[in-house]
Design a protein around this ligand. Sequence first.
Ligand code: NOJ
Length: 569
Amino acid sequence: MTPEQPPWWTRAVVYQIYPRSFMDSDGDGIGDLGGVLQRLDHLSDLGVDVLWLSPVYPSPQADNGYDISDYQDVDPLFGSLAQLDELIAELHGRGMKLVMDLVVNHTSDQHPWFRESRSSPDSPKRDWYWWRPPRAGLPAGAPGAEPTNWHSFFSGPTWTLDEAGGEYFLHLFDRRQPDLNWENPEVRHAVYAMMRWWLDRGVDGFRMDVINLISKDVGPDGELRDGPPLPGLPYGDATTSVVCGPRSHEFLQEMHREVFDGRRESLLLVGEMPGVTVEEARLFTDPARAEVDMVFQFEHVGLDFTGSKFSPRPLRLTDLKASFGRWQAGLADVGWNSLYWDNHDQPRAVSRFGDDSPRYRRDSATCLATLLHLHRGTPYVYQGEELGMANTRFDGLDDFRDVESLNHHAQAVAHGEDPDTVLAAMRRMSRDNARTPVQWDAGPTAGFTTGTPWIAVNPDAAEWNAAAQRDDPHSVLAHHRRLVALRHADPVVALGDFTMLLPHHESVYAFTRSLDGSTLLVVCNVSAHEYRLGELLPEMGGGELVLGNLAVEDPAVLRPWEARVLRVG
Ligand code: NOJ
């Protein structure tokens, strides 16, 4: 990163829309592009720079659109290509950019490429996917006959037998999401052509779904290796074979040459990368290597569980500091990170890391937002986060919709886990918490639809909604507006060096950001206790308040969930 010519996205804030749950314009209970078009003022008012749109492509919706059956169209469920063009024009007219979700580690099993590949071992597209015979010595379909022992991200094995052909195909996610074989240059060039088509249409970049899984560690004769056994499961861990595989950088550099050369400066290229290390992230985001602009990594959202996300435990603030601190330090001179709490794959942060009780919900939501947005990196706001939307209530299994949660439930119960315990963990960690409809107003469906929503509206919508917050300067929404504006206005926020303070304090998160002799001190009380600032940071007295989430009654006292940004130099 050269401070003399910082890329535009260092000052930008991205807003993520999960279209199915954002706004429904046609009364079928499912959000759509017409709904997005109706709500663009909400985005302009917030001041965000980029809209990242989760998939709207034709899809059987096994994973709500992350299973794509046609990369170059819009699913009628969500609208039409004409509406997407309108969205691009509207956003550009308002000075915003549109980033599309690019899901090319896998397709839907209904994609014509896979149907063709599956049709025969001699199909010209057979090698576009990962087909393998049963494990040596075992008949197809026998227990343990899968070509490797890998455990799927969505439970069960990563291999499904195609009964007709007698071979297995690989799917790191659901069986309806077969993995593309990036070793095959035809696959890569088909993907690049599709990406150019979208850029020519006017989109401003891509958020690349699990892009660090595209290169598998495959031997010279096509062999794939078993992973170490996973405790309590009849599967092994695929990580070493599929995460940041040997050709990941080569593939991304090739993509860059083929797709982005000559138009890179105005684009945003985000690589979603589960399991990426800081060291790998430096390589992926070093501008000189021309791969992606920033990673979207998961370390901080993996600190409140052990092993599986469905084995939750409380977050220790010191663990969060250690993780964020390492990422800030590791990418200080080279590379760039995304900053996020919420997205469509995470439970709501105010419930998870904050305190969603009536007393502290507003204060903890604004405290967490301040903590995040003041780091170095590009902040992402996920729809509803700017309203303080919280986890919802799930009475029983029927209330869940997500394939990950439902597959987990089936697997865990089949392995003898207590159904009530499984359900309790799902209530806390399920992705469905993020997917309840955006709460626009206090109406019966929160203003989301005139029909029946595909997933129930959070019962708290009458109180927590955009209409109630729009003109309230004390609201979570107003606070987000101020955070976005601060990043735009103050180069220290965008580019300043980061120094962690109080790394061992269990409740107060404090750091400085400094640039060209100017320093901001950020102090966030991530607890319901009061602290005396003078005792915490004796050398940091005074300072002008740049932004805070509570009215300061006594400058010496940090109230529960209070966050302050002070100019101290
Ligand atoms: C990551 C996406 O964010 C998630 O929603 C999806 O289920 C998986 N990738 C598979 O595409």
